[in-house]
Design a protein around this ligand. Structure first.
Ligand SMILES: [Zn+2]
Ligand SMILES: [Zn+2]
Length: 247
């Protein structure tokens, strides 16, 4: 699977993949708090973040042993990494050998880089793709970008927890956006065409019918926030406020 495909998926809270076979070896998940602007959330963005994470030690390739030194089979598990306390017991009772921590071998000379830990703490830069339409509280999952566990194996996932800054005049609710437009009492009485800002930084024309009263709500269909991983969009609502002065 390509990294970008995974990045592009984004993840709504709670939709985590569970893989029972990998659960034992998979490293811990990481959480990273990221604040983005209103526009970045609406249209998506790429953000480079820096993580301090556990990675497989490259010096020993994750074995924990100094390269070139012997790694005899563990006597506690006969090299399998697992032990069954009772021979007749069920599959579920198979546990990881605590003498070798599941590796299946003994380390005679510790790796000089990781001192036998098989992993090292590294500063890592990750380019995270934030899909269009995300909002406050959404976690963007980057599969495999988390920590490697002390037993090696597949790294955990990285969850980028988003906080979205409010906009100075657009108010967002899910995929809909509200904009408050002030018009004069003359415009309201006679009708007019008013410019309304759109999310992409442009403007659109709103036709105000003659006799419009204050607090009337106009709906500009599909000019709101995109639905994540969809071509659908919410709406832009314009709440008209008639100002008292006759300018
Ligand atoms: Zn090492
Ligand atoms: Zn063992």
């Amino acid at each position: 699977m390509e990294e970008n495909d995974v990045d592009n998926r984004g993840d709504i809270n709670g939709e985590h993949e569970a893989d029972d076979n990998e659960e034992l070896a998979r490293g811990p998940d990481m959480r990273y708090e990221l604040t983005i602007t209103f526009e970045e959330a609406v249209f998506g963005c790429e953000k480079e973040i820096e993580l301090l994470r556990w990675e497989t030690c490259m010096h020993c390739e994750g074995s924990g042993a100094q390269p070139g030194t012997e790694t005899p089979a563990c006597l506690g598990c006969q090299g399998t990494g697992k032990i069954s306390p009772e021979p007749q017991s069920s599959y579920a009772s198979v546990i990881i050998c605590d003498q070798c921590q599941g590796a299946g071998y003994d380390i005679i000379v510790l790796c000089e880089k990781c001192r036998g830990q098989r992993r090292v703490r590294n500063h890592h830069r990750e380019l995270v793709n934030i899909p269009a339409g995300v909002g406050n509280g959404i976690n963007v999952r980057v599969t495999g970008a988390g920590d490697v566990s002390a037993r090696g194996g597949t790294p955990g996932n990285l969850y980028v927890a988003l906080t979205v800054k409010p906009h100075s005049f657009f108010k967002r609710q899910d995929t809909d956006v509200l904009y408050e437009l002030s018009i004069s009492s003359k415009q309201a009485a006679d009708g007019d065409e008013a410019k309304v800002p759109t999310l992409d930084g442009q403007t659109t024309i709103l036709k105000i019918p003659a006799g419009t009263e204050s607090n009337r709500l106009f709906r500009l269909a599909e000019m709101g926030v995109p639905v994540v991983h969809s071509s659908d969009r919410g709406d832009l609502f314009v709440l008209v406020k008639v100002s008292e002065d006759n300018s």
